[in-house]
Unconditional design. Sequence first.
Length: 125
Amino acid sequence: MVVPVESVARPLSLTLASVLCALSGLGFMAVGIGSLMARHGRLSFGVGAILICYGALVLAIGAAGWHRMSIASGGLVASSILHILVLGSSARGEFAWLVWLLVLVPVTIVVCTLMPATRRAFDAD
């Protein structure tokens, strides 16, 4: 008997990875909107537009993970590794501790995506 994927419970690891990824995408979009609102000319418009587009892509990766699309697993890991590298290289000054705290989000996404329960959920289709 074939059981539809939607009827099988979504593992907590997949839920956590997908939701954190989607929230990261929303965060990028919010920063992009903030850059647009700064109105510093073409540079802030360009940076804002790129951040909004990138945020939409990261949000789409999170949504694909939520819907158990196996293509999302690579996007979840790759985007999170990129975020870890960018955040790690940005950790300078008196607020470096806050940046290192933010690194926990993409690290959690990578760990949750690579967990066996998540792998099985992606392979269930």
